[in-house]
Design a protein around this ligand. Structure first.
Ligand code: NAP
Length: 543
């Protein structure tokens, strides 16, 4: 049994869980206002996603200069992004630079994994139990758990028996792994697998990709940022962030507001040719809005991308295997790639379609499919995450009456604004399921969420409230709104993490939609939460 804290008041006003992009900024804001706070981080360092994911090829697919924090002009002016889509090592350096610049590290506790968080109704505080045996108490918990921080491995017989290194991409070892001369297997072709495959294809002896379902991928078109380009970016930071605030996804990419059917097929093609050659998510987000909602429009555009894949992959049989047949472009998260399709033109790269020849087991020396045995030195599992709610499910979170959050969310999350949960007072999920951050260029959504949370905490302090909680009515209304937003989107039919599908998680494998993300766009989300604040946080009950 853990020792109980007996002091009447909690040790901290606020405990932030997670030292990633959200936790860092939340900490900055609360320290600024003089809150007594600390960050608990399970990993050995700060950075969240950018601390964990160290696989080759790991990089932004948001333009670097739209991913950095916007809150400090000094920070913006002193940091040079060297690539349009910066790689993981640089991104981690950036986040460490931010923490050091604003002297935040002293408020962070690393290797401090929270195992449980229980609400003490008598004292209106949270008791957090850590893996190392400590118990900490606080009035408010703010979670910055990330969207994709609960990695999931497949359930394949024999996985433990493999003699060589094998790991999920999230746990790619920190020490360098020698790839030269090695036979490597990659299982999974989501955004992560696509980055790894493109990066290592020419660095290993043999690369064998085990693909269950292909994804629609498009070129990242990365490149260096020269000093003069960086100077030009600096000069227009205000404009860049204003644009990001205006667009649905928090990027510089704005939707093409002409109607899909108002322009000719040639005009559509001209737009697509331009976007395919441009950097980043323009091909997805600067497209016609009908692509997301209209089957026929989506099919025409998907066929355009299929033709690109056929052009880029020389073997027509392989090309067909790489073209998704069960969903259209952009209704699952689009992986952006660098030489991904060209990798399959190499003699040392092989594609195994595991719908045709399923994996039967992992053997001590490799992988056995229904057709044959393969020998490998290294097996990489790029098999994804139990998205958004997974990292909450992995903590034993109990609210009023001992109700477990994972039980409450068993059929999918229900929230107020993605940031509050009825029955879980004083518990704030800054980038939780159904929040605006979950479907935008992450830091852009995060800054909006953190600022709202900061004002909310300042409001409770000003009024001397010790307890706040979303009302069940407000929660039901918001969740219904989130569900309704899905109903207009083709996305609702997809088997990807946007709908909570994961074949490796019990209960999430049947494709029953879990309403994880808010699809109303960043401006609408911001307007909604601003209005809630202006109406004295209507929907939240204070005591
Ligand atoms: P993912 O998109 O969920 O892809 C997982 C892949 O593993 C899929 O191809 C899936 O096949 C396959 N898979 C899962 N279980 C399997 C099994 N039991 N047997 C065989 N194959 C299996 O995960 P991810 O690639 O890690 O990407 C997750 C998200 O992380 C992305 O959507 C993106 O939001 C984020 N991400 C961002 C960046 C970036 O910003 N640059 C880079 C990487 C990732 P099925 O499709 O058939 O399920």
């Amino acid at each position: 049994m853990n020792k109980q804290t007996t002091a009447a008041s909690p040790q901290y006003e606020v405990i932030i869980i997670g030292a990633g992009v959200a936790g860092i900024y939340q900490l900055y804001r609360l320290v600024e206002l003089g809150f007594h706070t600390t960050v608990l981080e399970a990993a050995g360092g700060l950075g969240g996603t950018w601390y964990r994911n160290r696989y080759p090829g790991c990089r932004f697919d948001s333009e670097s200069y739209t991913y950095g924090f916007s809150f400090s002009k000094e920070l913006l002016q002193e940091w040079d992004w060297k690539e349009r889509f910066s790689g993981q090592p640089e991104n981690l350096r950036y986040l460490n630079h931010v923490a050091d610049k604003f002297d935040l590290r002293k408020h962070m506790q690393f290797n401090s994994k929270v195992e449980s968080a229980h609400f003490d109704e008598d004292r209106n505080l949270w008791r957090l139990h850590l893996e190392d045996g400590r118990e900490l108490t606080c009035r408010f918990v703010v979670t910055g758990l990330g969207l994709l921080s609960a990695p999931t491995l497949p359930r394949i017989e024999g996985m433990e028996s493999f003699k060589g290194p094998s790991f999920h991409t999230y746990y790619w070892p920190h020490e360098p792994i020698a790839l030269a001369g090695k036979k490597v297997a990659v299982i999974g072709t989501g955004a992560t697998g696509v980055q790894v495959i493109g990066e290592i294809a020419d660095k290993v002896a043999e690369l064998t990709v085990f693909q269950r379902r292909p994804n629609w991928c498009a070129p990242l078109n990365n490149g260096p940022i020269s000093p003069s380009e960086m100077a030009a970016i600096r000069a227009r930071y205000d404009e860049i962030f204003e644009t990001c605030l205006r667009t649905p996804g928090g990027f510089e990419h704005e939707p093409d507001r002409r109607g899909f059917y108002e322009v000719t097929a040639d005009e559509r093609r001209a737009l697509w040719d331009r976007l395919y050659g441009e950097p980043g998510f323009g091909i997805w987000l600067s497209n016609f809005r009908e692509i997301f909602m209209d089957e026929a429009a989506n099919a025409e555009f998907s066929e355009y991308i299929a033709a690109k894949i056929r052009e880029r992959v020389t073997n027509p049989v392989i090309a067909e295997k790489l073209i998704p047949k069960d969903h259209g472009f952009g209704i699952q998260r689009v992986p952006l790639e660098t030489c991904y399709y060209e990798a399959y033109n190499r003699d040392n790269v092989h594609l195994v379609d595991i719908q045709e020849t399923p994996i039967e087991r992992i053997t001590p020396t490799g992988i056995r499919t229904s057709k044959r045995d393969y020998d490998f030195d290294i097996i990489v599992y790029a098999t994804g995450f139990d998205a958004i709610t997974g990292s909450y499910d992995r903590i034993d979170i109990r609210g009023v009456g001992g109700q477990r959050l994972r039980d409450k969310w068993a059929d999918g999350p229900v929230t107020f604004l993605g940031m509050q949960i009825s029955g879980f007072p004083n518990f704030i999920t800054v980038a939780g399921p159904q929040s605006g951050s979950a479907s935008t260029n992450f830091p852009r959504g995060i800054e909006v969420g953190v600022e709202w949370v900061t004002q909310l905490l300042a409001y409770t302090r000003k009024h001397g409230f010790t307890r706040m909680e979303a009302t069940p009515e407000a929660e039901a209304r918001w969740t219904q709104h989130v569900v309704k937003m899905y109903s207009t989107m083709l996305m609702r039919k997809a088997k990807g993490w946007f709908t909570g599908y994961n074949s490796n998680v019990a209960g999430h494998e049947h494709g029953k939609v879990r309403y994880l993300v808010y699809n109303g766009g960043a401006p609408k989300f911001r307007a909604t939460i601003t209005q809630v604040a202006e109406e004295n946080y209507k929907g939240i009950a204070f005591r």
